[in-house]
Design a protein around this ligand. Structure first.
Ligand SMILES: [Ca+2]
Ligand SMILES: [Ca+2]
Length: 218
């Protein structure tokens, strides 16, 4: 009996605290419009979405995530990690203020899927924006100074910001269509969900931007 009860509890607990997220509508492309991903601190194992629209901005998607354990963190569209995509993905991580952390176009296995982890040691536990777009030789995440990451080779490196706009915060994803469209699943390890900014603020865990916005309103 005790074993049955224990099993039931474990089943309920894992159902409550591990989750996948499916894009609702179209996730935004700026820090202020990034999509929330669920219940605070719930383990987040994947994000599934669609890359669509006419412009690079419309096609890019940004999600709020919490990284609990930087050194185990993986975000990947590679099937070997449980990810998937019907287009040539790029993945990137930004701080909540929109400045870049890391970027990857292709895994060492070849052209197509992307995979980021903490090989640069630039990631620490906390809240981040996880971005996805598609390979383009000209359009990519940009700040007022230009591209945050260079878009050329080496394609397989997990890169710290190294573009002309490396120091600035994300302002857009470049001109034109910005690469192919399709569906994707980003497999996640070491990540947790982040609810709507208003919920975060109510819980007193305020995202910096929300706090600023509320102060400005007063
Ligand atoms: Ca989308
Ligand atoms: Ca790629």
């Amino acid at each position: 009996m005790k074993n049955i009860l224990t099993l039931a509890f474990v089943t309920i607990a894992s159902a409550s605290f591990a989750a996948t997220w499916t894009e609702v509508g179209d996730a935004g492309y700026l820090a202020s419009t990034a999509q929330a991903t669920g219940t605070l601190h719930a383990s987040l194992t994947s994000i599934t979405g669609t890359r669509a629209g006419a412009t690079a901005n419309e096609r890019a998607d940004l999600y709020l995530i919490e990284i609990k354990d930087a050194n185990s963190f993986i975000a990947s569209t590679d099937a070997a990690d449980g990810g998937a995509a019907t287009f040539d993905t790029r993945l990137m991580l930004f701080r909540l203020d929109g400045t870049g952390v890391v970027f990857n176009d292709d895994t060492p296995a070849g052209v197509g899927p992307s995979r980021i982890n903490n090989s640069t040691s630039l990631i620490t536990a906390g809240y981040y924006l996880l971005g996805i777009d598609a390979y383009s030789g000209s359009a990519g995440p940009s700040s007022a100074g230009g591209l945050i990451w260079g878009l050329g080779s080496p394609w397989t490196t997990i890169k710290a910001p190294d573009g002309a706009g490396a120091a600035g915060a994300l302002t857009g994803w470049g001109t034109g269509a910005g690469g192919g469209t399709g569906t994707y699943t980003i497999a996640l390890t070491g990540a947790s969900a982040v609810p709507e900014p208003t919920t975060m603020a109510a819980l007193g865990l305020g995202l910096a931007a929300v706090v600023r916005r509320r102060r400005n309103k007063k």
